[in-house]
Design a protein around this ligand. Sequence first.
Ligand SMILES: O=C(O)CCC(=O)C(=O)O
Ligand SMILES: [Fe+2]
Length: 371
Amino acid sequence: MVPASWTGKLGGGTRRAHALSRGRPPLPWPGSVSAPPQTVFWGGVFVLFCTWELGTDPCRRFHAGSTPVPGLARGAPEVLLRKPAGRRAALHHGDGWGPAAFLPLRLLLLRELVRGALRAPRALPGRAAAAPGLRPDPAQPRVCQPQGLPAAVRRGAKRIYRLPVLTAPFCQALLQELEHFEQSDMPKGRPNTMNNYGVLLHELGLDEQLVTPLRERFLQPLTALLYPDCGGGWLDSHRAFVVKYAPGQDRELGCHYDNAELTLNVALGKAFTGGALYFGGLFQAPSALARPLEVEHVVGQGILHRGGQLHGARPLGTGERWNLVIWLRASAVRNRLCPMCCRKPDLVDDEGFGDGFTREEPPVVDVCALT
Ligand SMILES: O=C(O)CCC(=O)C(=O)O
Ligand SMILES: [Fe+2]
């Protein structure tokens, strides 16, 4: 597959400028959804780690950059993380770095499978079957119904989940490595167009050895269930980086949406106050910022959300905050419609994962927005 980025054909300047200058494009993602294989396989599973009550604080800003902000686990021994080479060796501290670095997501899946089987018949009253996935509504061609999706995936739900991802020792080891890297004179890129401080995981050599297995073996089974309509069963690339907030550096992050179908944001530490994440609705929605949900960080735990969900970070109070952010991408979805400008992307060849697009015709995955 040829990785590709999109050009700024539709707007001037950088990708961010392009995305943000377009404000809120008219969207609705059109189409019908065919259930991905994992969804069928896990028929009847209801995975819901946690949902939150709606918060009441209004979002203070809309545009990203409008402010100067600038491990599988004991349960899954098949992923053997190898010691990174060269300058990455510092991460091999003995504890934390290895298969036991991830919490046993698979066990959680199994537990939820059992629970889900019990809850499934009541999850969506009146539906014909409990299998997750979306089925075309014969009465409304190209409009899909959320039949079989977990009960939490109801119209209007934010569909934001918290899940355990990394162990505390692994977070500590990763933080140490990040600081070694920060203090080194190695060339560094910016994590994204909004954050000025942080590290791209591929610069640390951790993309293939840490993030890819995490995405393929642990996140995708979850996202296929939770977000079948957003390409959750078709993830094929990512952009992973660590963002850092500290006094005198970035302190907050303006409200934005991500260049991702889905995002996982894992708190690594350190000790800090403030910095909570807040979430509005999908950026395309008319009242996307009406009732934001505020979410505190818990070290090692990840927040899973749709990339198109408006969100930002409140100002840091004291201390330093480091978070691992993984923008999860599905070329089958974005090749059709760029998630930033909501138009057919105009592609140029790129290195690595590029921006997650590919030139190949994607498998047939039409999507629609549920909320
Ligand atoms: O500050 C955070 O943890 C949020 C980062 C974020 O939303 C992003 O990088 O896309
Ligand atoms: Fe974000």
